[in-house]
Design a protein around this ligand. Structure first.
Ligand code: KG4
Ligand code: ZN
Length: 344
């Protein structure tokens, strides 16, 4: 079955066609980074408007690239939350219109369930159950994945998400929006031990939760005390700041893997594109004996192939949403439940 995936939860308009939850026929992403860059962050109203302009061309491009027509699609999967409400509504409405017009089954997908499915498009996906570190612009969670769409959340951030920490750090350093990839690149030539930024909630008895808000404050104090860094000092600040995030993420992940006795670990979400995080997790896996699964960088950041893959697993299980499917801005991963129980 070929599933059409649609995603518009934040600042990417995306459409993808995936066969049997495994084979990507087309994966088209229209980024709005230039739209929001002058404002240093996503402007929700501008995001909604850009999604409206982009959604049909992106869908057409996906069909063209796959070389198929609407007649060959067997189901429609659309991100229904969490995210920016006006942005989410665009893909939800487009998906509903298509499902209605073509008589196709429709399923709403939790955005994080989509991120978790990205790695299942790779040649050697992790077995169930496995541990997952989800690190995106809006979320940071450690979850035990028991099956497709069935997760137990072990811990989450108490304040900023990891992606928020890198984006706010980049903004403080005048590196523009979104800053994750820029910090990643600059950090490559910097010394991660040059400056000692705080490691939030790293202690033995802090559980699986995270905290990154103190880190951004420490960077603010650093910039106030030493001025805006440039050249090598800027690379050193980027490397040290990034190391503070990566070290905590890796320490908590390996601790949870050991405790839960899970020997397969995946990392997903935009921050999983980070070179230092990928390398550090792989090194930890080699040392501790767990296998690390990570999607290619373009499938870590928002895309619709992951939504189509997650939607496929829901559709084959018989999950269906009606034309009353709505977009939901806040859809937290429940502590112990199927993510599907959160729909509408
Ligand atoms: O998953 P995603 O595309 O959107 C959300 O669901 O939020 O994640 C976006 C986040 C942004 O904070 C962005 O700066 C960060 O992922 N990011 C990175 C890298 N590429 C994207 N962070 C660190 N290193 C990267 N290479
Ligand atoms: Zn995302």
């Amino acid at each position: 079955m070929i599933v059409l995936g649609l995603e518009s939860s934040c600042d990417e308009t995306a459409a993808a066609l995936v066969e049997d939850g495994r084979r990507v026929l087309a994966d088209v992403v229209a980024s709005q980074h230039e739209v929001h860059a002058p404002y240093g962050g996503v402007v929700p109203e501008l995001a909604s408007r850009a999604h409206i302009v982009n959604v049909v061309p992106v869908l057409r491009a996906a069909l063209d690239r796959a070389g198929i027509t609407l007649d060959q699609i067997g189901g429609v999967a659309v991100t229904c939350g969490p995210g920016l409400i006006g942005a989410l509504l665009v893909a939800v409405q487009a998906g509903k219109a298509l499902a209605w017009a073509r008589g196709l089954p429709l399923v709403g997908v939790h955005h994080l369930e989509g991120h978790l499915a990205a790695v299942h498009l790779e040649p050697d996906p992790p077995p169930m159950p496995h541990l997952a570190l989800i690190v995106s612009g809006g979320h940071t969670s450690l979850v035990k994945v028991e099956d497709h769409g069935v997760v137990v959340e072990l811990g989450r951030t108490r304040d900023d998400a990891a992606g928020e920490a890198v984006d706010k750090g980049a903004k403080l350093l005048g590196l523009g929006y979104p800053g994750g990839a820029v910090i990643d690149r600059l950090a490559r030539t910097g010394d991660p031990r040059a400056f000692d930024f705080p490691r939030g909630m790293i202690g033995r008895n802090t559980g699986d939760d995270f905290s990154f808000s103190g880190l951004k404050t420490a960077l603010l104090h650093h910039v106030r005390a030493h001025g805006q860094p440039d050249g090598q000092p800027l690379a050193d600040v980027c490397a040290s700041y990034q190391a503070a995030i990566v070290e905590v993420l890796v320490a908590k992940t390996r601790r949870a893997a050991r405790r839960e006795q899970l020997d397969h670990v995946q990392v997903c979400g935009g921050v999983a594109a980070n070179g230092a995080l990928r390398a550090a997790l792989r090194a930890a896996g080699t040392e501790d004996g767990f296998v690390v699964h990570v999607p290619p960088p373009a499938r870590c950041t928002d895309n619709a192939a992951m939504i189509a893959a997650a939607g496929y697993h829901r559709l084959v299980r018989g999950d269906r949403d009606g034309l009353d499917l709505n977009a939901t801005a806040t859809m937290p991963l429940p502590r112990r439940a199927r993510t599907g129980s959160m729909h509408g």
